[in-house]
Design a protein around this ligand. Structure first.
Ligand code: P6P
Length: 335
C-alpha cells in the first residue's frame, strides 16, 4: 500500500511541510482535482453525449465557446463556489472575477483557471487540459477586488494542470517540487505516477507555430532557425512538436525536455497567451522542475497583470533555451 499514494494523501503530506497546513488548502486542492475528474469523464465521452461543437457564443477573448468549455467552467465554479476558504474566482471564460457564495468575505484564497485550454482541438480528439493557480488574498474580511488578483506569479501558493490525453494526469506544485498523478478511472482516484518531476536538460523538442514566422521579430526567427537548422550542439537532434494545445505541448516538453514559444509578433505585440491563468501557473511549475519562463526579456513570475485577461509572450522550457532565445532577441532585435 506504500506505493498507493493518492492525490489527497500526497497533498496532506505536502501541506504539512508547507505553511498551508491548515487543512483549508488540502480541501481546496482536492476540490479542484475532483472538478478535473468530472471534466475528464465528459471529455472522454464528448462524441457520445453530444457536447461536441460550439455554443454559438463568443467569450471575452473573442473566441468561439465550445460546449465543453462551458461544462468545464461551470464544473469548476460550481465546486469552488461552496468553499469557505475561497473568496473569488477568475476564469478565462468569465469577463470579470466571481466572488464565491461561501467565502466572499473571509476566504483566504483566490483561484484562477483556464477551464479547458486548447478547446479548438475538442472536435478532433486532440489532448486538451485545465490550468489553475492559487493565490492568498492580501487581506480578508471584505469582498475581493480586482487588485487582489493582480499579483506577480512569484506570490502563487500553488499551480497545476490536468491534461486529458491517452490518460488523464494531474500535475501540481506548491513551489518546491512538481508531482504528477494518473487517474485510475476504475478507482476514481489520482495515483502518484510521476514523483518529483524534473525538466530534462536537453532540447528534445521545440514547439512554435511556424505559420506565424512572417510576423515574428528577427530575434525570434533567428532562434527558431538556429534550432531547426541544428546549428548548435544542443540542438543537433531537436525536433519540432506543436499541437496547438498549450497544456499538451507543455506537458510533453516537461517530460521529454524542450522549449515552447508563443512569442510577441507584429499582429499580437503582447503575444496570445494569458498571464494570469496560463503563463503564471506554468511558469511556477517549470521553475519548480528546474526550467525557466520568460516573456522574451523578463521572468514571467516577476510580471504583474494589468487585468484578468492580460496577454503575454511566453517562452517556457529549459533555462539554456529560454536564455538562448533572449540572447537572439538582443542580438537580432525584438518585436
Ligand atoms: P495558435 C489554444 O487556443 C491556445 O490558447 C493554446 O492552448 C495553444 O498553445 C495556442 O492557443 C495555439 O494558438 O495561434 O498556434 O493556434
Amino acid at each position: 500500500m506504500a506505493d498507493f499514494i493518492t492525490l489527497s494523501r500526497h497533498i496532506l503530506q505536502r501541506a504539512r511541510q508547507h505553511r498551508e497546513a491548515t487543512g483549508d488548502f488540502t480541501i481546496l486542492l482536492s476540490h479542484i482535482a475532483t472538478a478535473t475528474k468530472v471534466v475528464s469523464r465528459q471529455v472522454s465521452r464528448a462524441g457520445l453525449i453530444n457536447v461536441l461543437g460550439k455554443t454559438g457564443e463568443t467569450n471575452v477573448q473573442g473566441e468561439e465557446v465550445q460546449k465543453l468549455d462551458v461544462i468545464a467552467n461551470d464544473m469548476l465554479i460550481g465546486l469552488l463556489d461552496d468553499l469557505p476558504m475561497v473568496a473569488a474566482l477568475a476564469s478565462e471564460e468569465e469577463d470579470d472575477f466571481l466572488p464565491t457564495r461561501a467565502g466572499r468575505l473571509n476566504g483566504r484564497y483566490l483561484v484562477c483557471f483556464d477551464p479547458l485550454d486548447g478547446s479548438t482541438n475538442i472536435d478532433v480528439n486532440v489532448t486538451i487540459g485545465t490550468i489553475f493557480s492559487i493565490f492568498r488574498r492580501p487581506e480578508v474580511g471584505r469582498e475581493a477586488r480586482l487588485q487582489d488578483f493582480l499579483q506577480p506569479g512569484s506570490a502563487l501558493v500553488a499551480a497545476g494542470y490536468a491534461v486529458y490525453g491517452s490518460s488523464t494526469m494531474f500535475v501540481y506544485t506548491t513551489g518546491q517540487a512538481v508531482d504528477g498523478f494518473t487517474l485510475d478511472p476504475g478507482v476514481g482516484e489520482y495515483l502518484l505516477s510521476h514523483p518529483d518531476m524534473r525538466l530534462p536538460d536537453r532540447a528534445k523538442c521545440i514547439s512554435a507555430n511556424v505559420s506565424n514566422r512572417a510576423l515574428w521579430s528577427p530575434g525570434t526567427r533567428a532562434f527558431v532557425d538556429l534550432v531547426t537548422d541544428h546549428a548548435e550542439p544542443r540542438y543537433k537532434k531537436t525536433t519540432t512538436r506543436y499541437i496547438g494545445s498549450l497544456v499538451a505541448d507543455f506537458h510533453r516538453n516537461l517530460i521529454y525536455g524542450g522549449v515552447f514559444l508563443y512569442p510577441a509578433d507584429s499582429a499580437s505585440p503582447n503575444g496570445k497567451l494569458r498571464l494570469l491563468y496560463e503563463a503564471q501557473p506554468l511558469a511556477m511549475i517549470i521553475e519548480a522542475a528546474g526550467g525557466a519562463a520568460s516573456d522574451g526579456r523578463r521572468r514571467i513570475l516577476d510580471l504583474v497583470p494589468d487585468g484578468l485577461h492580460t496577454r503575454v509572450p511566453l517562452i517556457i522550457g529549459g533555462k539554456a533555451d529560454v536564455e538562448r532565445f533572449e540572447a537572439c532577441e538582443v542580438e537580432h532585435g525584438g518585436t
